[in-house]
Design a protein around this ligand. Structure first.
Ligand SMILES: [Fe+2]
Ligand SMILES: [Fe+2]
Length: 186
């Protein structure tokens, strides 16, 4: 599928608001890919597809996950997180995207230890695209052009504090991702 075909399909499956977020994510991911010498075309495909499943009814996403035998934890099956896993399935099955693109979609919410550069770029672009404005967002965005790893750790810190303040569950992949980045910087 060409990038334009992806964009048109994605646009037809989400609200205008979410499509604007998706476009913002693709623009930020594109800039980061050029900064870090990552494959711009793959990064853009992953960015456009990252929230492809977000507006699919929850029960349908669960069904898709179970039909394909994807084993998820209780936390990963929660409404906020599951779209990353169902989205990766859709990217693989319906769009025939390569594994590295599917992985970036799969881990765009929880992150994971030892993420590829493409996965890091998508995680950071999703968090800091121009439509985002939470406290610290600008700092993460600027850091992402200087040091991907430090930007990730700051992004994890802010995300984890937010989740804790809201009393939400935390996927252990994010803790492991944070530990891994801190250890690899030392
Ligand atoms: Fe998402
Ligand atoms: Fe997103």
């Amino acid at each position: 599928m060409t990038e334009n075909e992806i964009i048109n399909t994605v646009r037809s499956r989400m609200s205008e608001r979410r499509f604007r977020h998706t476009e913002g994510c693709a623009a930020m991911a594109d800039e980061l890919a050029r900064r870090w010498g990552e494959d711009v075309s793959l990064v853009r495909r992953a960015a456009y597809l990252h929230d492809i499943a977000k507006e699919i009814p929850y029960e349908d996403q669960l069904k898709m996950i179970d039909e394909f035998g994807v084993i998820l934890t209780r936390t990963q099956r929660s409404e906020k997180i599951i779209h990353a896993f169902s989205g990766a399935l859709i990217a693989w099955k319906e769009f025939s995207e390569p594994e590295e693109v599917c992985a970036a979609i799969r881990w765009h919410t929880t992150a994971r230890r030892g993420m590829s550069r493409l996965e890091k770029i998508i995680w950071l672009a999703d968090l800091t695209e121009e439509g985002r404005s939470f406290p610290g967002c600008d700092d993460i965005r600027q850091l992402a052009f200087r040091d991907l790893s430090s930007a990730l750790v700051l992004g994890f810190d802010i995300t984890l504090r937010f989740l804790i303040n809201k009393g939400n569950e935390i996927d252990s992949n994010m803790i492991e991702a944070r530990n891994y980045e801190i250890a690899s910087r030392a």
